[in-house]
Ligand binder design. Structure first.
Ligand code: CP
Ligand code: NVA
Length: 335
């Protein structure tokens, strides 16, 4: 049956079948080709979308803005301080107002329940631009990047290093299980994903001929890896007071040259960004002063190496988000 995503929300990959994810990846590639070859694609002229951000962003905001504008949409951005949402107006009321003005709503914030509530009340597609629990548009960009670089998804050995129970660890585990990649979370036990999600991922992986593994052992977790992926050690919304503990817990899981050498020689390094790989940020400099470390989840050497695909990955956010907007808002399949 042909895939039709018109009118659907995009809240987490758990809601999507492998065939639907495949459709979005293929569509992302088509839009990338159109963008790079300069072929106009203003297929959604006349539509309007709104972007609600309760946390900061560079990639997600810019991707939604550029993707929306390339498709011909009007785009409104609401930053954390400039709407009534949450403070003077409930999520349900905000959703019912915005749903009458806009054709689609993007939300970045804290609870997954908030993006779910927007979806329940808006009457138009709602897209998750990151919550504490999931980051689904990042998943499409990451899968697209892996497929571009390694030529396939099925059977790829994917290792996630670090805070495995944050939005990225959770989402990557599900994304890999859905699309046939062998997922390893290499992390301290205290930072493993929640048990219900691990159980769910294992069930999905079994249906798709791949595996989900969790290990505290860096050697075991990285041997034979095709992809080494990491994320920052303290995520948006977490208090500064967790830094000290997190550094202690995660220092052994830092992606460095020795760790990369344990993966396949053809392995690529990925990161959703932003990344603390030097002290050229205020947070990076502050942490260096307080705790004496100048690189965190990844060393500058690996970040800047030929194995690193992080900027292609960042670019793919825009192509993938364009596919999501188009697939959920368009009346027509792409010619
Ligand atoms: N990867 C990602 O979502 O980046 P931003 O926080 O800059 O949007
Ligand atoms: N885990 C990170 C991801 C940023 C894209 C955070 O939530 O801050």
């Amino acid at each position: 049956m042909p895939v039709n995503l018109r009118g659907r929300h995009f809240l987490k990959l758990l809601d999507y079948t492998p065939a639907e994810i495949r459709y979005l990846l293929d569509l992302s590639r088509e839009f990338k080709h159109k963008k790079l070859s300069g072929e106009p694609h203003r297929y959604l002229a006349g539509k309007n979308i709104v972007l609600l951000f309760e946390k900061t962003s560079t990639r997600t905001r810019c991707s939604f803005e550029v993707a929306g504008m390339d498709l011909g949409c009007g785009v409104t951005y609401l930053d954390p301080g400039s709407s009534q949402m949450g403070k003077k107006e409930s999520i349900a009321d905000t959703a019912r107002v915005l749903g009458r003005m806009y054709d689609g709503i993007e939300y970045r914030g804290f609870a997954q329940d908030t993006v779910q509530a927007l979806a329940d009340y808006a009457g138009v597609p709602v897209w998750n631009g990151l919550t504490d629990q999931f980051h689904p548009t990042q998943m499409l960009a990451d899968l697209l990047t892996i497929e571009e670089k390694l030529g396939h998804l099925k059977g790829v050995n994917f290792t996630y290093m670090g805070d495995a129970r944050n939005n990225m660890g959770n989402s990557l585990m599900i994304a890999c299980a859905k699309m046939g990649l062998n997922f390893t979370a290499c992390a301290p036990k205290a930072l493993f994903p929640e048990q219900w999600l691990i159980d769910e991922a294992k069930k999905i992986a079994a249906e798709n001929g791949c595996t989900v593994r969790l290990t505290e052992d860096v050697q075991e977790g990285t041997t034979n890896a095709d992809v080494i992926y990491t994320d920052i050690w303290v995520s948006m919304g977490e208090p500064d007071s967790v830094w000290e503990d997190r550094i202690k817990l995660l220092k052994p899981y830092q992606v460095n040259a020795k760790l990369m050498a344990n993966a396949k020689p053809t392995a690529i390094f990925m990161h959703c960004l932003p990344s603390f790989h030097d002290t050229k940020t205020t947070v990076g400099a502050d942490i260096a002063k307080k705790f004496g470390i100048t690189e965190m989840e990844v060393t500058d050497e690996v970040f800047e190496s030929g194995q690193s695909r992080v900027f292609e990955e960042a670019e793919n956010r825009m192509h993938a988000i364009k596919a999501v907007i188009y697939a959920t808002l368009s009346d027509e399949p792409l010619e």
